[in-house]
Design a protein around this ligand. Sequence first.
Ligand code: MG
Length: 120
Amino acid sequence: MTLNDYQEKAMGTCLPTCDNFSYMMLNLVGEVGELAGKVAKAIRKEEIGMHDNKLHAKVYGSPKFQWIDHDLMSEAGDILWQLSGLCKVMGWSLEDVAQGNLDKLAARKAEGTIITHSDH
Ligand SMILES: [Mg+2]
């Protein structure tokens, strides 16, 4: 599956009332918040934490971790759907956005500015 295949299939589930910039932009932020909220709750419950600047599951390998991992991945999918929708209403393909990002990062790496150049 390509990113454009995903975008086309995902937007096949888009309701007419959602096919606009306002909904896509606002709910993209909402879905990012849902992911952050689930991570925060798992931290509060001491199910996951940070170790060496990486997310660390204290219950890694247990059935409980699989549930957390599945739930966070599902939220990441919701974010992808919303980003796909935002790109669609802007007239952008996901592949063009992804390629543009890779091109920008490659140029920064070649310039040696990938660490300090953060706003463009
Ligand atoms: Mg969600």
